[in-house]
Design a protein around this ligand. Structure first.
Ligand code: SF4
Ligand code: FES
Length: 249
């Protein structure tokens, strides 16, 4: 396959970026999108030019590091697929493909296609955990959990913190990510002791980071590679109202 690429290049956070054309030749339909970019980068390096900077780690759809807006859609047009799992067979020979970074004030640019997503880390640090004493692992059956509750918590826990929901939202809201992280703990008994402090802290940090408000339009759910449901946003709101009634700050 031969592809015409228009890729966002930006030297650093301060510089002004622009779309730069590249041609990707001899692309196998079995390559992933990132492997195709690797081939483009190898050619750039051979010519003595700077390779295109982008994030990736697992390349198996589990770490959340890869994140590109492909033809205007975060993670591309394939449903429930991360960029690293998007294969070139979903494109046609001769296609023109635009590749851009996540764009949100709370995700400042690093370089080219890389952005700083540490705002998500700070939201998790504000309450996205349970406090446990160190020691031996507790007996697995000492806290019985109904199967439907366990399944719902696991569905929420599938969020890989990629940030596509923010990139897709016109308000750059992080509500789907934060809702998933609050839900996975709010659903389980282990998450209940710190429930008030958790939602109050995480929502306050989400606001402090500059993410916008959710206006219930659902772009986040549509692009989420892990099919995180907007029901998580509704649960976050219920948890927040409950926390405020009970004196959360
Ligand atoms: S909710 Fe989905 S799109 Fe948002 S960070 Fe989690 S996995 Fe990514
Ligand atoms: S590189 Fe880990 S999810 Fe894509």
């Amino acid at each position: 396959m031969k592809l015409n690429l228009l890729i966002w290049r930006q030297a650093n956070r301060e510089s002004k970026g622009q779309m730069v054309p590249y041609v990707a030749d001899n692309v196998s339909p079995d390559m992933s999108f990132l492997e195709m970019l690797d081939v483009v980068n190898e050619a750039l390096i051979r010519k003595g030019e700077a390779p295109i900077a982008f994030d990736s780690d697992c390349r198996e759809g589990i770490c959340g590091m890869c994140g590109l807006v492909i033809n205007g859609v975060p993670h591309g047009h394939e449903h429930a697929t991360t960029v690293c799992q998007l294969h070139m067979r979903h494109f046609e020979d001769g296609d023109t493909i635009t590749v851009e970074p996540w764009r949100a004030a709370a995700f400042p640019a690093h370089k080219d296609l890389m952005v700083d997503r540490s705002a998500f880390d700070r939201i998790i640090a504000a309450g996205g955990y349970i406090s446990v004493n160190v020691g031996g692992a507790p007996e697995a059956n000492s806290i019985p959990i109904p199967r439907d509750i366990a399944e719902a918590a696991m569905d929420s826990a599938a969020c890989i913190a990629c940030g596509a929901c923010v990139a897709a939202c016109k308000n750059a809201s992080a509500a789907l990510f934060v809702g998933a992280k609050i839900s996975q703990l709010a659903l389980l008994p282990q998450g209940h002791p710190e429930r008030i402090r958790r939602v109050a802290g995480m929502v306050a940090q989400m606001d402090a980071e500059g993410f916008g408000n959710c206006s219930n339009e659902g772009e986040c759910e549509a692009v989420c590679p892990k099919e995180i449901s907007m029901a998580n946003i509704a649960r976050m709101r219920r948890e927040y109202v409950r926390a405020m009634w009970r004196g959360g700050k």
